[in-house]
Design a protein around this ligand. Structure first.
Ligand SMILES: [Zn+2]
Length: 174
């Protein structure tokens, strides 16, 4: 045996596919969220998937006026996508659409599920100068302090990449 365990570990780390670094998509972990970034021509699309606990601190149907208000406020903040996500200013991106999906945002949310609920957000921007698009500053941590980590996957003109964001590392660049 002339290969040490350490060299094997090193090789395995190098061969890890990108998705493995980002964790399984759709896993429901409080404190963590996933974000898929796609750049296609002039269109920048962001798909956010997060446990509701990260956004409002609960995942059951709202029981009090305060909880209903918290859900409304959370949705209002996310609909202001241009204040949450800041693409490279030179790319001149503007919000085209925001779609939010969650059982708790339905007119009559289910009273009891399995105790957990997610929110899926779809944010689409149109960029006048997409060639200048190089990064996105993500403001979710400041708005939703329960959020501690975002696993990001980017599919753009330079191929695919992955990144992990935290309150200290809020910028995705490619
Ligand atoms: Zn949960």
């Amino acid at each position: 045996m002339n290969t040490s365990p350490w060299s094997c570990l090193l090789v395995m780390a190098c061969l890890l596919p990108v998705p493995a670094l980002a964790g399984p998509p759709g896993a429901h972990v409080h404190g963590a969220a996933s974000l898929q970034v796609a750049v296609d021509g002039n269109t920048l699309s962001l798909q956010l998937e997060t446990p509701l606990a990260n956004l409002v601190g609960f995942e059951h149907a709202p029981r009090t006026a305060q909880q209903k208000q918290a859900l409304r406020a959370m949705a209002d903040r996310l609909r202001q996508a241009g204040e949450i996500f800041t693409p490279t200013p030179a790319a001149r991106c503007t919000t085209v659409s925001v779609e939010l999906e969650s059982p708790l945002l339905q007119p009559s949310p289910p009273a009891e599920g399995d105790g957990h609920a997610d929110l899926d957000g779809s944010f689409v921007f149109r960029c006048e100068n997409a060639a200048a698009l190089r990064d996105i500053e993500v403001g979710l941590f400041a708005t939703f302090p329960r959020l501690r980590r975002i696993d990001v996957q980017v599919a753009g003109p330079r191929g695919q990449s992955a990144a992990r964001l935290s309150p200290q590392q809020r910028r995705i660049s490619w």
